[in-house]
Design a protein around this ligand. Sequence first.
Ligand code: CP
Ligand code: NVA
Length: 304
Amino acid sequence: MMKNLMTVSELDAKDISEMVRIARKFKNGKNVSLKKVKNKTLALIFQKPSTRTRLSFEIAMEQMGGNSIFLSESDLQISRGELIKDTARTLSEYVDIVAMRTYHNSDIQEFIDNSSIPVINALSNTNHPCQALSDIQTIIEKKKTLRNLKITWIGDSNNVLNDFLFAALKLGADFSIACPSKYSPNKGIIEVAKEIMRKNKSSLSISTDPMKAVIDSDVVVTDKIVSMGDKNKEGKKKVFLPKYRVTDKIMSKAKDDAIFMHCLPAVRGEEVSDSVIDGKNSVIWQQVDNKLHMHKALIWSMLR
Ligand code: CP
Ligand code: NVA
């Protein structure tokens, strides 16, 4: 099992399925020995806000008999210039596992390189692996398998998309992205996706037409247009709206039993209409719930 978690691209299909299996064991109240988590401490270092990820990590730890300490950037001497590498060495003396929410992966990598404890990426500008894994759990619960499932992402090519795309392609899905060409996945992401597709018999298509892209989809996904740390918020919204808003009209092109997903937080009326996010095909609250179980699975698996 992985020592650290920076991105889903580092995991293979087996690892992903195993994490989902463990998360579902926790969810279904199956007997899981909690000996290795008891009295262990998780530090959460968050440079950006969070509702779900923070709470579900803290509650996961509490329910498994461990502790957690939340540290915003201003709580740490990093805010006064202490190096990440010295912070990492210090935390390694006190806590057993770390989840970090930052801007740059290089900060997480520096932490990993200088600590002796497992480190989980709890969202960065380019990745959100924990979200991807719990979302895969939700899809498996609803659709049994991702093999040959058509998944359509409508909206910005952001951190949430990147890891979700990698995870879905690793499990054999046919992925379709509809986004303005200026906000298409970058070359690096496409290269990784191509390599994954080659090994896993999955596919990816990218277009600028959400109405066409969504035809016959089993899963329709979106996220906020403006992510934390994004610049030019209003300019960006103008490029996306109203074309890339998931509405009933768009959902009517997907399969009748297609599910709608959103990692939340949402801006209702922007990237998605109220009728879709609150509609019968929406699984957003199951996604919220599964974050708790997946975070338990991650902590449990990564603690040595
Ligand atoms: N989905 C998600 O990561 O939400 P938070 O930003 O509230 O943690
Ligand atoms: N893409 C969003 C996800 C929030 C959970 C952001 O980075 O702000």
